[in-house]
Design a protein around this ligand. Structure first.
Ligand code: 5GP
Length: 190
């Protein structure tokens, strides 16, 4: 079976990255499928196990680390683990599709390092930190202390933008969706 490509989307949360990724997944001609990450955090809002994430307990997550089941994993927030299972790549490649990742900056660069030729690493940049904070509050899914934690993390993450293949500024969502579509169509054609 031929391996597909890997398309990594990384960004501070509140950048609009997830909206862009969801849009791309509806575009059949791109032949993309979403890499469902594992996490030890609780589901938020409408999130479903096996669709948005594989929700594991911290102990289950640690058992998978010991089994070497992860391509990459991280303690993104204190006591909250996130990771990409190796089995996700096999699952998606066996469907003849390209893998799309919606993961944090360090995880994204880790994947790029492991598959340098096959990966397009896209950094989605919010127009400003203020705008990002506004979007997080508007979403109304996070407690105030989580928002503060996410904003602090974002400031650090913005400094990694230069290590990505492309920086996509999400100023106008429609423009960002169209630009993302075109860069993926070009990359997967190669
Ligand atoms: P959230 O809790 O908002 O869904 O995600 C928190 C952060 O964890 C986001 O920056 C998200 O991109 C990142 N994340 C999600 N899945 C993974 C993963 O598989 N690996 C890594 N390293 N980060 C992830």
């Amino acid at each position: 079976m031929a391996k597909g490509k890997l398309i990594v989307f990384s960004a501070p949360s509140g950048s609009g990255k997830t909206t862009i990724v969801r849009h791309l997944l509806t575009q059949e001609e791109l032949s993309l499928d979403f890499s469902i990450s594992a996490t030890s955090r609780q589901p938020r809002g409408q999130e479903q196990n096996g669709k948005d994430y594989y929700f594991l307990s911290p102990d289950e997550f640690k058992a998978k680390i010991n089994e070497d089941a992860f391509l990459e994993w991280e303690e993104v927030y204190e006591n909250t683990y996130y990771g990409t299972l190796k089995s996700e790549l096999e699952r998606i490649w066996s469907l003849g599709k390209h893998v799309v990742f919606d993961i944090d900056v360090v995880g994204g660069l880790n994947i790029k390092k492991q598959f340098p030729e096959e990966t397009l690493a896209v950094f989605v940049k919010p127009p400003s930190i203020e705008e990002m904070e506004k979007r997080l509050r508007h979403r109304q899914t996070d407690a105030e202390e989580k928002i503060i934690e996410r904003v602090a993390k974002a400031e650090k993450e913005l400094s990694y933008a230069k290590d990505f293949d492309v920086v996509l500024v999400n100023d106008d969502l429609e423009v960002a969706k169209k630009d993302a579509f075109e860069m993926i169509a070009n990359f997967t054609k190669k």
